[in-house]
Design a protein around this ligand. Sequence first.
Ligand SMILES: [Zn+2]
Length: 376
Amino acid sequence: MEKSYKRFNLVFMLIVALFVTQITFAQDVSSEKKKLNQVNNQIKNVKNKLNKNKKEQKNVSAKIKELDRKIDKAEREITQINNEIAITKKKIDTTKKELEKAERNIDEKNGILNARLRVMYKNGNVGYAEVLLDSESILDFLSNLDMIKKIFQQDMELLAYMKDKREEIDTKKKTLESHKSRMLAMIKNMEVKQKELEISRGEMNRIKQQLQKDSKQLEAQIDELNAYAEKIAEQIRRKQSSGKYTGGKLAWPAPGYKRITSPYGYRIHPILKRKKLHTGIDIAVPKGGKIVAAGDGKVIHANWLGGYGKVVMIDHGGGIVTLYAHNSKLLVKEGQRVKKGQAISRAGSTGMSTGPHLHFEVRKNGKYTDPIPWVK
Ligand SMILES: [Zn+2]
């Protein structure tokens, strides 16, 4: 009785322990899953913001282009009008000279006529006395008188004609001047308009720069959130990973390609240019080269993963996870069981990569380890 009671007690305690452990496990993972969901939602939100930002950038760029076009058009028009003003100015100068000449001619003619009139007045309206006194006969006198009248009339007519001509030139000059002042006013307006356009363009450029700055921040935020999500996912995987690792040595993940271009450990990152832990090994594999599972296990990730590009992650049990990054094509699906040596992807250069290669990681309980001892 005593013995069986003890045994019962032990079994009961074991059951309770198992139950508690499982509850603890379930609770832990569910809280992390909840956190992961939140982070994924945050990523979605930020991505939406980024999309909106990119759309706005496109709109603003289109507006800037349109403003540039308008400014160019205004500039061309101003140049054209300026040319016309220059031509008009020349025309005005010419007309001015014509007018001066016409006035001089009129003055001259007036002078001659005035002199004649003075002579006529002095000689008691008989007119042109000197000419008349030179007449040799009465007939001569009459014909001379007639001639003088005619000349005088002609002189008057010529003067009237000259005055008409002067009026005509003056009108022409006034027309040109009003044309010029109209065009000057036009240019003033256009310059004001152009300034306004340039101010708008400046404002648009400022908005665009702000948008670009914002989008960079949003992108950085997405990167950060992705890294955080990956960390949480890793925690979940670690907690869900059960049993002991029994797989032994791992297979070389890129059969036929032996050259390691970058070992595990601290190095200057080829793209980021700062000292960073290289979390795996890089193996030179051409695009399309076959990548295989390093051991038996379950595919826990087969999708794009930030800087890793297209990635396969395999859980081999006991907290051992292998990762194959920068693939061009994935041949397995999440949840699928794979065998050691089974083709899982084709090599490539997706994500943060300078050229086709396989980045291979071996993680133990979520921590990066040097893959070399695992595959040798
Ligand atoms: Zn690498």
